[in-house]
Design a protein around this ligand. Sequence first.
Ligand code: NAD
Length: 669
Amino acid sequence: MTKEAFHQDILQGIPANIPPRKEFDSSLNHAPKRKDILSPDEKKLALRNALRYFPKEQHKALIEDFLWELETYGRIYMHRFRPDYEMFARPIEEYPGKSQQAKAIMLMIQNNLDHAVAQHPHELITYGGNGAVFQNWIQYRLTMKYLAEMTDEQTLVMYSGHPMGLFPSHSEAPRVVVTNGMMIPNYSKPDDWEKFNALGVTQYGQMTAGSYMYIGPQGIVHGTTITVLNAARKMDVKGEGIAGKLFVTAGLGGMSGAQPKAANIAGCVSVTAEVNEKAVHTRHSQGWVDEVISDLDQLVNRVRIAKEQKEVVSIAYLGNVVDVWEKFDQENIYIDLGSDQSSLHNPWAGGYYPAGISFEEANKMMAEAPDRFKVLVQETLRRHANAINKHTAKGTYFFDYGNAFLLEASRAGADVMAANGIDFRYPSYIQDILGPMCFDFGFGPFRWVCASGNPEDLQRTDEIALAVMEQIKSVSPAEIQQQMADNIQWIKGAQQNKLVVGSQARILYADAEGRMKIAEAFNKAIKEGKIGPVILGRDHHDVSGTDSPYRETSNIYDGSKFTADMAIQNVIGDSFRGATWVSIHNGGGVGWGEVINGGFGMLLDGSDAADRRLKMMLHWDVNNGIARRSWARNEGAIFAIQRAMEVEPRLKITLPNLVDDNLLNDTFQ
Ligand SMILES: NC(=O)c1ccc[n+]([C@@H]2O[C@H](COP(=O)([O-])OP(=O)(O)OC[C@H]3O[C@@H](n4cnc5c(N)ncnc54)[C@H](O)[C@@H]3O)[C@@H](O)[C@H]2O)c1
């Protein structure tokens, strides 16, 4: 398609004439049929809601099709309106528009829907089974049209995928404000999502899906590498190193697909079970996993050899993870590290597959016999936990990967509670690793996208970031030396590890100082014409972005982990300190109603205004969370916030006074 035709297609928004129905493309991975939850009256309401995007005279022609979609897929995706042009992040100058910032957002939206990037691209799902960019294709079309028309004196307001419209604002305001899945708290149960999503009034935005900041599995490879590396350091009390150690886990989906690559970078043997053949094929053909085995005996033999020979190899097991845990127990295969990344934030709609039935049978059952499906999921969870317990009794270090595994297993009655009956018997990766080692010091998943689409720009930004990190490391305190070293090693190997899928993007864990200095150096290079514009962002899964009691804030022990002030403050603060777009979501990672998370995107264009904004916003964006973590008495955060106050005299933070344990114990005697 020519550039002109692409522009025309975007600028027409909703086509004047109804396009023909589209063939179902079975070569793509599709979302499972969603629960048929609406009453006949509610189905009428869903149709009324869908048809309000179209002129009255088209309603008769569309209503049958939309009802068919609702009954066939459980949702109205408006498939026939899917554009015919290829979906991918184009270089920024190829987008139509009056605002460079809006064009950057268009690029990021298209990246989230790229077939190589998105999990269910035709259902507008980027990752996590239900992480939606939009609810339907008309919302996509309208949003792109608004972005192509808007100026820097307007802000586009997004209500859960629906573009409410353009409102007058000013050049320093965000160009887009996104909310996803914001519910009145009492209406935030899983079935509320099913119902209100089917009605077309809300969506599950996950974290970086509905906020246009997903960069493919690379984003997660890095976090996973850091996690596996530090988990291995933690359990390696004898100092033997990670070579020949075995890591067992599940999931080769959107984020989970990064596990084998991360295990390779960390240098161990890994087995990742995955029930979906298409997901296995995708990751294997992309080179993210080395070998595929679908027979358990063969798997046992292969793993024995790999362990003995201390190979660095990643193996995908095509089948249910529970079978692996049980088989390895029977065969006495010692598992050093264990985790799980099935999508248990979404247990009843395709996030977790029961053992003993085929993938196809399970997909059928979850739509046609949801109660039976739930029973099987819970039975499998109990088996899963039992098998893990047998391994941990032999010495395996198991951690919850923030996918709500322990939460759902406990709800299924599995034996996963600690002796006090309140905590889980296994830590989450945040409690043990990312929280105390990274987030408390401000280290989190900073990322950038080269808007030119030029791989050479990415290489230059890698070099710039490396130089900045090395300079900072040379003068940084002992407390953050390990983090600096891991991240320097990461950025050095980034080009060689060929991590790019979709846009020319890079992730790097950095603290406030690192993020600000790297961004400043990028902006300078853009000004000097050495690189094109750069889009900054981060995962919501960060120091300040997310309140989630069983994940990001699971290492907050002052009782405030069930509050969401930090995430809300964060997005409000980012919005008036210069973010190009901001987003705040309910759900994401651990499930609807279980988390509030927010994030930002920022276009660097080499201007002085960008220089001012990046310093102001990134400083707040990290230090907000450190201040809260410090107030919760987290040791690393108290250290980090005091350091931040020394550097920036305008920063004045309320510090906690620590109470003597003896005083408390004596008082309660
Ligand atoms: N990677 C990270 O750093 C990270 C961090 C926090 C949370 N998570 C969580 O990890 C989960 C996975 O994320 P995702 O984007 O990969 O989701 P996804 O849905 O794309 O992938 C999960 C995969 O697990 C497979 N699966 C489900 N049940 C299985 C079973 N019993 N045996 C084998 N395979 C099974 C599914 O087929 C699917 O492909 C989510 O809940 C996410 O929130 C990941």
